[in-house]
Write a protein that binds this ligand. Structure first.
Ligand code: NAP
Length: 519
């Protein structure tokens, strides 16, 4: 890495922007790494290149051929994963954090390759249903087909998952025969860029299928219309700005948002100290607070506990958090790395201060932390912080997302009460119910479902195979209503269908068969 501008891959070549750009520093040492700028880059040319070169090449391939591309791209990333782990360490990620992003990324793409190979036809068109008779005499029928749109997929990602975030969007787009223009978040663009380089080095994708722009994308939305899509992951604020662009409001570019979310975990009244569910709840909470230093959109921000278990849970979580060793990724015994940068740490500290006006500090101090193998002030380190709000009806604890190793414990009185409290998050990506009681699990899982994209029920029986609260699965919906963005990603082949145009073809039965028989 050098003091240069990070290059972008546009129009079939690596190019560097000009101008001052944004300076990016190593999260652990504070050392300057490079500049990110897209100034002067030919972004309109990249849009045309995707549409004119990448789109036709991809959409003329059959689904199995595209699935083979996805598999080869995933395999290329897997083979060179160590390079991505090393770069991730500079963004503060421990080896296990990096695996969540990197292995999670190529693993997701592998799942998509398999879904595409097994679940899509050997052709370029999906026929969705049987012919539907529309007249009494059987002379006129209708049938739904899905075909590739002729535009491009603009994929805007958050800083916290530079590899997974990119690959979980790229794989369905490739399967759908749609070219991608990836725009990673500035703080970790170098990691996403390297993953793109690995895929391009493998030489498996047709020209124009994948481009990446490091830096901002001024003017790109002005070129988007009804054949294009924007898949956004990031804060609710940026989502709101982009959703209001004329590309979306006037020209109907498809827009999907995965935004921030104040996710919850709920302990059942049956799960008292000594039960497996009590331990599972404590352990999941500590994991979600500390993996990627809590910089996960799915992390547990609100932990609801029956009033009479609150002291025991506070004590058990604090005891486990006291075992966390904060420091440089790779340094001796370190279990939690740094936040992505000093600006992010400042933001989390501000958010903790907002939460602390309604809660007490049960563990940790956002301004002080003991650090192994690095300087606590030059690196973006922070202690895990557990807050406790004994009055759970206060707004801030349901509204403020501190995007770091921070969670708030609070009591509830009954199933109805906790369902109502969870709903005050205004829509989340994921909620967990940790209980061995059938009635409680049912009442709460179904009670909170309206406000979630995913609900995980955890108990002693499912725990050995549970994929965990914070892990989106490519086979299942990732997304959530309301504040969480109102969007949907993954969910198996639904993500591929989302890139395709559904058309009802109406004709006589023979003609219809003739049109669709080769598909
Ligand atoms: P962010 O500031 O909203 O940025 C997200 C992305 O949008 C970045 O790539 C950013 O680029 C880009 N962007 C900002 N303004 C733009 C504009 N006018 N036009 C086009 N792109 C624009 O969010 P972040 O700080 O990277 O990520 C943290 C947030 O993401 C958290 O709130 C977290 O909850 C959320 N998140 C959600 C999910 C999910 O799946 N729901 C996953 C991960 C994170 P620059 O960096 O270059 O400004």
């Amino acid at each position: 890495m050098s003091d240069e501008t990070l290059t972008s891959y546009l129009g079939g070549r690596w190019v560097a922007g000009t101008g001052e750009g944004a300076r990016v520093a190593d999260a652990v040492t504070g050392e300057h790494l490079h500049v990110v700028s897209s100034k002067g880059l030919d972004l309109p040319g990249a849009v045309s290149y995707a549409r004119d070169v990448g789109g036709p090449a991809l959409s003329s391939m059959t689904f199995p051929e595209r699935a083979a591309l996805v598999k080869a791209a995933a395999a290329a990333v897997s083979e060179r994963k160590q390079e991505l782990y090393d770069l991730s360490a500079r963004a503060g990620a421990t080896r296990s954090d990096a695996k969540v992003d990197v292995d999670g990324g190529f693993g997701t793409a592998m799942v998509y390759a398999g879904l595409g190979r097994r679940g899509l036809p050997d052709g370029t068109v999906i026929v969705e249903d049987e012919p539907i008779q529309l007249g009494k005499e059987g002379l006129f029928f209708g049938q739904h087909v899905l075909t590739s749109r002729r535009g491009l997929a603009v994929q805007i990602n958050a800083f916290n998952f530079p590899v997974w975030g990119m690959l979980e969007k790229l794989a369905p787009a490739l399967l759908a025969g749609v070219p991608s223009l990836v725009k990673p978040a500035t703080p970790t663009a170098y990691i996403a860029r390297h993953a793109v380089q690995i895929i391009l080095d493998a030489g498996v994708l047709p020209a124009g299928a994948l481009q990446i722009v490091c830096g901002s994308i001024p003017g790109v939305f002005d070129l988007l219309g009804g054949q294009d899509s924007v898949s956004f992951t990031g804060s609710a604020e940026t989502a709101a700005t982009l959703r209001g662009d004329a590309a979306v409001t006037h020209r109907s570019a498809r827009f999907n948002a995965e935004a921030d979310s104040v996710n919850s975990s709920i302990l059942g009244p049956d799960a008292t100290p000594g039960t497996p569910e009590f331990d599972l709840f404590v352990s999941a909470l500590v994991t979600e607070m500390t993996v990627k230093a809590g910089q996960k959109c799915t992390a547990i921000r609100r932990a609801f506990v029956p009033q009479r278990q609150l002291d025991d849970v506070t004590e058990a979580v604090a005891a486990k958090l006291s075992e966390v060793v904060v420091g440089a990724p790779g340094a001796d015994a370190v279990t939690m790395g740094a936040l992505v940068g000093l600006a992010q740490r400042d933001d989390v500290r501000d958010k903790v201060a907002q939460l602390a006006t309604h809660a007490t500090m049960a563990f940790g101090d956002p301004r002080t932390v003991e650090v192994v193998g690095a300087d606590a002030e030059r690196g973006a380190f922070m202690s895990p912080v557990l807050l406790r709000a004994d009055g759970p009806d206060v707004g801030a604890v349901h509204e403020v997302e501190a995007f770091g190793p921070v969670s708030t414990l609070m009591p509830y009185a009954s199933s109805e009460h906790v369902v109502e409290l969870v709903a005050r998050g205004e829509g989340s990506l994921v909620g967990s119910v940790v209980s061995f009681d059938d009635d409680f699990a049912r009442d709460v899982a179904l009670g909170i479902a309206s406000h979630h994209g995913r609900v995980l029920v955890l108990d002693r029986d499912s725990a050995p195979e549970s994929t965990g609260h914070g892990t989106p699965m490519p086979q299942l919906v990732h997304g959530g209503p309301g504040r969480a963005g109102g969007g949907q990603e993954e969910a198996g082949l639904r993500a591929v269908h989302d890139h395709l145009q559904r058309t009802a073809v109406q004709a006589g039965p023979g003609r219809l068969q003739g049109i669709l028989k080769r598909e």
